[in-house]
Write a protein that binds this ligand. Structure first.
Ligand code: NAD
Ligand code: PRE
Length: 368
C-alpha cells in the first residue's frame, strides 16, 4: 500500500510496528514522532522510520494512517488534539494500548467528526522499553485484538488489517469491555502479582540477605514481568481498575482456600490444587504466541571458561543458524551453568544440535 503513516510514540511497540509496515509496504512513507528526541533520533538511525516529524500536528494533517503507541493515558490526550485538527476524512486512527475501554470512549469525539478510530492491541511484547528493543518478529502468530468504533465500516477495518499484515499476527474483533476483562485476567493481574512477589522478597531480604542470592529459577521466571516499564503499568492499572479490583477479590478468596489447605494439611487437596493448575497450563497452546511463547530451547552443558558463549554462537553462525535468545541458567553459584539457546523453529534447533555436536562433545538436551 502507498500513503503516509504517522507513528506517535517510537518505543518497543511503535518501533516494532514501523518495521512490520515498512517490510510489507516499502512504498509507504513512515514518519515518526516521539516526545523524547533521543528515541526519535535512534529510530531514524536504526532505519525504523523514514523521517522524524518536526511537529505531531502538522504531520497528522497529511497522514493516511495514524498509530498511537504511547502510554495509554497519553493516547487519550492525543485523541483530543487530533479531534481538533482538519484531518484527511479517510484517515484511519488506531492505537496499541493495553486497555481499550477508556480510549474507545475518548474516541467518540473522532466518531462525531466521521473519523474512523479502530482500537488495537497486539498481544505480544516484552518487559523492555524503547525503540532499541523493537523487533520485526515481535507479533508473529500473536493475537492482535481490534475494537473498531461502531460506525466504522468493515472495509475500513480490512484496510487497517492490510496495513498491519506484516505483523503476521492473528486479528480478532472484541468489544472494549470484553477486551479489558480478558487482558485483565491474562496480562494486567499477573503483572500486579509479579510486582507483589518482588515486594514480598524485598521485605524478606531486609531480614535475610541470602534471599537475594537464592532468588533464581522459579522466582526469576514468575517475576520477569515485574521489570516492565512502571509508567506503562501505572496507566494500565488506572484505566482498568474496576476489573482489577474484582480480580483481586477473587484472588483473595483463592488465597483463603490455599490457607485452609495449609492449615488442615489435606494431602489430597494440596496435590489436586497443583495438579489441576498443571493440567490447565500444560494444555495452553504453545505454537501460537498466546499465553505461552513458542520458543524451542536447547540446553548445552558448557565448560567454564571465558569466551564460551561466543565460541558456541560462532559455530552456529558458520552454518547460518539463527537464534532468538541465549542465556546461562544461573543454577550454580560462581561457575557457569547450562547454556540455554532458543530457536524459532524445532528444525533450527535440530540443525543447531547437529552443528554443535560436530564441533564439540558438549552434552545437550531439549525439553518439551
Ligand atoms: N510493552 C509491551 O509489552 C506492550 C505490548 C502491547 C501493547 N503495549 C502498549 O503499547 C503502548 C506503548 O508501549 P511500549 O512498550 O512501546 O512503550 P515504550 O515506553 O517503549 O514507548 C512509548 C513511547 O511513547 C513516547 N511518548 C510518551 N508520551 C508521548 C507523547 N505525548 N507524544 C509522543 N510520544 C510520547 C515515549 O517517549 C516512548 O518512546 C502502551 O500503551 C502499552 O500499553 C505494550
Ligand atoms: O511478555 C511480556 O513481557 C509482556 O508482559 C507482554 C504483555 C503481556 O502481558 O502478555 C504485556 C502487556 C501487553 O499489553 C501485551 C503483552
Amino acid at each position: 500500500m502507498e500513503g503516509r503513516v504517522l507513528i506517535i510514540g517510537l518505543g518497543l511497540i511503535g518501533g516494532s510496528l514501523a518495521m512490520c509496515i515498512k517490510e510489507k509496504h516499502p512504498d509507504a512513507e513512515l514518519v515518526g514522532y516521539d516526545l523524547d528526541q533521543n528515541q526519535m533520533n535512534l529510530a531514524k538511525m536504526l532505519g525504523v522510520i523514514d523521517r522524524s516529524a518536526e511537529g505531531m500536528e502538522e504531520e497528522a494533517l497529511e497522514a493516511d494512517l495514524i498509530i498511537l503507541a504511547t502510554p495509554v493515558m497519553v493516547a487519550g490526550k492525543i485523541i483530543e488534539t487530533l479531534a481538533s485538527l482538519p484531518l484527511k476524512q479517510e484517515v484511519i486512527i488506531t492505537d496499541t494500548g493495553s486497555t481499550k475501554g477508556f480510549i474507545s470512549q475518548k474516541a467518540s469525539i473522532l466518531s462525531d467528526k466521521g473519523i474512523s478510530f479502530i482500537g488495537g492491541h497486539p498481544m505480544a511484547g516484552s518487559h523492555k522499553s524503547g525503540v532499541a528493543a523493537a523487533k520485526k518478529l515481535l507479533f508473529e502468530n500473536a493475537f492482535y485484538l481490534l475494537t473498531p468504533a461502531s460506525h466504522v465500516r468493515d472495509s475500513t477495518v480490512d484496510r487497517l488489517k492490510s496495513w498491519l499484515s506484516g505483523t503476521k499476527a492473528k486479528f480478532l474483533k472484541v468489544s472494549p469491555e470484553e477486551h479489558d476483562y480478558l487482558t485483565g485476567v491474562v496480562s494486567h493481574f499477573p503483572h500486579v502479582i509479579a510486582a507483589s512477589l518482588v515486594h514480598q522478597a524485598a521485605r524478606a531480604d531486609k531480614e535475610k540477605p541470602l534471599v537475594n542470592r537464592l532468588a533464581a529459577g522459579g522466582f526469576r521466571d514468575i517475576t520477569r514481568i515485574a521489570s516492565s516499564n512502571p509508567r506503562m503499568w501505572r496507566d494500565i492499572l488506572l484505566q482498568n481498575s474496576d476489573v482489577l479490583v474484582s480480580l483481586l477479590s477473587d484472588w483473595q478468596a483463592e488465597m483463603e482456600r490455599v490457607k485452609e489447605l495449609l492449615t488442615t494439611k489435606d494431602e489430597d487437596k494440596i496435590h489436586d490444587y497443583f495438579d489441576a493448575a498443571k493440567k490447565y497450563r500444560d494444555g495452553l497452546p504453545v505454537n501460537d504466541k498466546g499465553a505461552i511463547p513458542s520458543f524451542y530451547d536447547l540446553f548445552v552443558d558448557v565448560p567454564d571458561y571465558p569466551g564460551i558463549i561466543s565460541e558456541v554462537t560462532g559455530y552456529l553462525a558458520t552454518e547460518r543458524i539463527s537464534i532468538t535468545n541465549i542465556r546461562i541458567m544461573e543454577t550454580r553459584e560462581d561457575i557457569y551453568g547450562v547454556l540455554v539457546i532458543s530457536f524459532q523453529t524445532p528444525e533450527d534447533r535440530e540443525k543447531a544440535m547437529q552443528c554443535i555436536g560436530k564441533y564439540t562433545e558438549y552434552e545437550m538436551s531439549v525439553a518439551e
